[in-house]
Design a protein. Structure first.
Length: 226
């Protein structure tokens, strides 16, 4: 991992910052979100830099700590009064635009594959079709929220398709991690995601993208703003 070109780290870092900014904007600049996400990133940075996730033979697997806390937080927010209020006050247009970060994420994954730190199946040359979400996000944003030409049904269909694409790559990525649960890519496991800064992909970027879809779907179903 030490010999990766600098542009991979730079692209990933800028993508992370863009995703955080767009979500922060969607929250109407919530300081609470900023504090929580800052602490979470700091914790994951410390664990990643200390090679905590490189130990892959434990039960339960250590990578679960990348995924479970954001998942629990999402469940709590969707099932509490204050959480629902937070979700329903998010800006749909900004949440939609946030998905453009999936384009540089796909580039980073492709570069990581070239440098033999993730398997091909995690790229657009393999089983990962998530780039569709990033490429269509600005189109959906423009016609759905600027021109107001897209119906609620179309917006929902787009969100469900992109959500399925996200879950597909997440599923394949987890089952490509080295360890007792590995099912795919034994010739080239998914090792990049276990190291800093790429631990922030499953710990921060994926949860933000997932939450954005779920929040959009909830608001559209309740017809709050569109």
């Amino acid at each position: 991992m030490d010999n990766l070109p600098y542009y991979i780290y730079l692209t990933f870092g800028l993508t992370l910052l863009l995703g955080l900014f767009l979500f922060y904007k969607a929250t109407n600049y919530s300081k609470t979100f900023l504090k929580i996400i800052s602490v979470w990133i700091a914790v994951q940075a410390i664990l990643g830099l200390s090679d905590f996730y490189k130990i892959t033979n434990t039960i339960p697997p250590r990578f679960a700590f990348l995924l479970l806390p954001p998942l629990v937080m999402t469940i709590v927010l969707f099932n509490t009064k204050k959480g629902k209020q937070f979700i329903d006050n998010l800006k749909l247009n900004t949440l939609t635009l946030l998905h453009i970060i999936r384009i540089p994420v796909e580039l980073v994954l492709f570069w990581l594959f070239i440098h033999k730190t993730i398997p091909e199946l995690m790229t657009f040359e393999g089983r990962n079709f998530d780039v569709f979400s990033g490429l269509t996000a600005p189109i959906v944003y423009y016609f759905g929220f600027v021109k107001m030409k897209l119906s609620k049904t179309i917006l929902l269909i787009w969100n469900f398709i992109c959500l399925a694409l996200l879950l597909n790559i997440a599923f394949n990525a987890v089952l490509s991690l080295p360890g007792v649960f590995q099912q795919f890519a034994f010739e080239q496991p998914n090792i990049a995601i276990l190291q800093f800064p790429f631990v922030l992909l499953p710990a921060v970027i994926v949860p933000l993208v997932l939450f954005s879809h779920l929040a959009l779907i909830r608001q559209l179903l309740y017809d709050k703003t569109h």
